[in-house]
Design a protein around this ligand. Structure first.
Ligand code: ATP
Length: 338
């Protein structure tokens, strides 16, 4: 039995959470993996109700579970996810961008993963006023660069892809910080002679993601660049509605859609639940590897095949050119899983 903590979130978060709960219920009932889901509060609604965007009880419950699924939260996102990443030392943010069939994608054969360092860079929020100027501190350490680089190479080894790691930075301008990141990745690359290694400046990468997205396999980069490039990559393969993500540490992991709370479409039953359902798929993959549990790997494959199959058949939500509601789409996924 796996204990899953589920943050239901704000905006479209509760609708996506219902979809994921329906999918997990079926897995529990019909497939060989047992899960126990605990719904938790965090985000804007939690802040209003309890005075804290991330209530202590939520943190305790997460710590007592095997993995966490987190729906998007609203304005208080930084007080939830940034804090959780730090508290649980979730140093690797993994964002796959894969082209599914029948999508408004730039090309059909895209299959890449962005491995983003999750703990430092400009996102530590160290900002100071000096007179009328604001200074932001950018910290890049050898240790954090080394462990994210190792994670990227391990990912390239595990995947059945092009066996390539592209290190993305801007070391020609930020000579010290990105210089250290690039050099450290290069050193780690020496331990993986079978994986092709290349450097790319972040501006060139932003361009190549549009020009030749099929040429990428694994991209490893720093926090801010990774955040921006992964939103771009998700648009290249058909939009945020299909984009899942994982935040991984050595002992724990949290899975969430790439997108935010999308208040513009909240409560209308038009949101694409694939981003969260595919996040659950990543969770089963991770549980499978961590616990050496093949049945979790099988569940992950079943989820992905179900989503792949229905979009191939043209059963789609509005954002990807279809007309199905969140519930209808979810029911179709479920009928293909079992
Ligand atoms: P954040 O700043 O937290 O990233 P945001 O409000 O800038 O959030 P998102 O919420 O990430 O942006 O989403 C941008 C737009 O993409 C939304 O306004 C919405 O129209 C669309 N969108 C995002 N997620 C989905 C989804 N799951 N299904 C359909 N459309 C979506």
């Amino acid at each position: 039995m796996y204990k899953i903590a589920l943050i239901t979130g704000d905006g479209i978060g509760p609708e996506l959470s219902e979809s994921v709960i329906d999918v997990l219920d079926i897995i529990n009932d019909k497939l060989g993996v047992k899960v126990e889901v605990t719904k938790l509060q965090a985000g804007d609604a939690a802040l209003k109700k309890t005075g804290k965007a991330l209530p202590d009880e939520t943190v305790e419950q997460i710590k007592n579970s095997d993995a966490c699924l987190k729906a998007p939260v609203g304005e208080s996102a930084a007080d939830v996810i940034v804090v959780l990443r730090r508290l649980l030392d979730l140093y690797a943010n993994i964002r796959p961008a894969k082209s599914y069939p029948n999508m408004p994608a730039l090309k059909e054969n895209i299959d890449m993963v962005i491995v983003r360092e999750n703990t430092e860079d400009l996102y530590t929020g160290m900002e100071f006023e000096v007179g009328e100027t604001i200074i932001a501190l950018r910290s890049i350490s050898k240790g954090a660069s080394e462990r994210i680089a190792k994670h990227a190479f391990a990912t390239a080894e595990q995947r059945n892809g092009k066996r390539k790691v592209t290190c993305v930075h801007k070391s020609n301008v930020m000579r010290k910080t990105d210089g250290l990141f690039a050099k450290t990745c290069e050193q780690v690359a020496k331990n993986y002679p079978k994986i092709t290694f290349e450097h790319m400046y972040v501006d060139a990468c932003a361009m190549n993601l549009i020009r030749q997205p099929e040429s990428f396999d694994v991209i490893v980069t720093t926090n801010l660049f990774g955040d921006i490039l992964s939103d771009e990559a998700s648009q290249v393969v058909g939009g945020l509605g299909m984009a899942p993500a994982a935040n991984i540490g050595d002992r724990f992991a949290l899975f969430e859609p790439v997108h935010g709370a999308a208040f513009d479409i909240a409560g209308k039953q038009v949101a694409n639940p694939s981003s969260f359902i595919l996040s659950a798929k990543m969770m089963f993959e991770w549980l499978g590897i961590k616990n050496n549990d093949k049945s979790c790997q099988d569940v992950a494959k079943k989820i992905e095949n179900a989503v792949y199959g229905i979009v191939k058949d043209g059963i789609k939500t509005r954002d990807i050119g279809g007309d199905k509601s969140t519930k209808e789409f979810t029911q179709n996924v479920i009928s293909r899983i079992i």
